[in-house]
Design a protein around this ligand. Structure first.
Ligand SMILES: Cc1cc2nc3c(=O)[nH]c(=O)nc-3n(C[C@H](O)[C@H](O)[C@H](O)COP(=O)(O)O)c2cc1C
Length: 171
């Protein structure tokens, strides 16, 4: 049986991680868009990763509905550099407790870069930006978001895949 790393990546952060993980494990690598539900039966182990947008992990609803009976490894990549509270928020916003117990979740730090965004996100973020710019006492998260418009931060690093790779090797 084969093993595969599936990913959905808007700006490349998740793609970097998915590629490194697939390379380390010698697993197949595929964009979720090119993968059909009917193919699940061909794979023994599956890893899925994607970015977090306005609190929601990209394509996670589809993944959780596809993998109700098959436990997989899921990783999220978002704007925090391994901040426990923020990782917890991602879990709460995207998974039930039962889903977190059934699947194995990992967090891999992505970054914050709003300089390349287009479309509806750009409009929404500009409204949000104006709101937080007016605030006198900004939280660290709000400040990080403002910085993301001017000084993009990127935490993507191959060293972050160690834990997920060693977990997958033991399957
Ligand atoms: C429009 C937009 C919204 C975002 N929303 C969040 C968010 O709610 N929480 C967060 O931690 N990071 C957020 N981020 C940061 C992304 O999750 C992070 O850059 C991620 O690594 C992107 O992965 P991808 O490039 O593979 O899609 C956002 C980024 C953009 C551009």
């Amino acid at each position: 049986m084969k093993n595969i790393v599936l990913y959905k990546s808007k700006y490349g952060n998740t793609f970097h991680y998915a590629s490194w993980i697939a390379e380390e494990l010698n697993w197949e690598l595929r964009d979720l868009s090119n993968f059909k539900k009917s193919e699940i039966k061909n794979y023994q182990n599956i890893i899925f990763g994607s970015g977090v947008y306005i609190g929601k992990q990209n394509k996670i609803k589809k993944i959780l509905s596809w993998f109700k009976d098959k436990s997989i490894i899921i990783f999220a990549s978002a704007g925090n550099n391994n901040v426990e509270k923020d990782i917890n928020d991602i879990k709460i916003n995207n998974f039930s407790e039962a889903q977190l117990n059934f699947h194995k979740f990992f967090y891999l730090p992505g970054g914050v870069d709003f300089t390349k965004i287009k479309g509806i996100y750009k409009i929404m973020l500009n409204i949000f930006r104006k709101m937080i710019e007016k605030k006198q006492n900004r939280t660290a998260d709000e400040q990080a978001m403002l910085d993301g418009f001017i000084n993009p931060i990127n935490y993507v690093d191959k060293k972050h895949i160690e834990e997920i790779v060693s977990y997958a090797k033991k399957l």
